[in-house]
Design a protein around this ligand. Structure first.
Ligand code: SF4
Ligand code: SF4
Length: 156
């Protein structure tokens, strides 16, 4: 049975008038359109894009200390990394860093536990163009993990 309130709304076209009001409210405002891919919409400060490794911007040195915390924190076991120790060096050299992007839920746990300061070695970047045509290209190796790597255009 139709309630009295609903009946009154239907008779007086309340929902229709509300909808038209909203349209009128937004019509004089400039269009909120970006000419993607020429223009990219700025992302929110805490946006979680694809994982990236960061180097020290001052000298390009590795900031990852190969502690393995990110790999242990990942609930889906998507990160695998390893390194070796060089004589006289304080931190290990990062040999490989494999990341399976295809199954990442962008939870950010791996980046959150990364302990390096003041530069976090592992960040959730602003890159969001993640589509590709093969599963293999979703497995990112160390060279593709560094921040600022160019985004590959789609190729069929
Ligand atoms: S964002 Fe979450 S799911 Fe993705 S690699 Fe990090 S911990 Fe794993
Ligand atoms: S948590 Fe950070 S420092 Fe540790 S292995 Fe992962 S990226 Fe490197």
């Amino acid at each position: 049975m139709v309630s009295f309130r609903r009946l009154v709304r239907s008779v007086f076209l309340v929902d229709l008038i509300k909808g038209l009001g909203l349209t009128l409210w937004y019509t004089p405002k400039p269009a909120f359109t970006f000419q993607y891919p020429k223009e990219r919409r700025p992302v929110a400060p805490r946006f979680r894009g694809v994982l990236r490794l960061q180097v020290d911007p001052a000298n390009g040195a590795q900031t990852c200390i190969v502690c393995d915390q990110c790999a242990k924190a990942c609930p889906d076991d998507l990160i695998s990394l390893g390194g070796h120790r060089e004589p006289g060096q304080k931190i290990k050299v990062l040999d490989y860093f494999d990341f399976n992007l295809s199954r990442c839920s962008f939870c950010g746990l791996c980046s959150e536990v990364c302990p390096t300061k003041p530069i976090k070695a592992l960040i959730m970047s602003e890159d969001y163009e993640l589509g590709s045509y093969s599963r293999e290209s979703q497995l990112l190796r160390i060279d593709e993990m560094y921040d600022g790597v160019p985004i590959e255009p789609y190729k069929r």
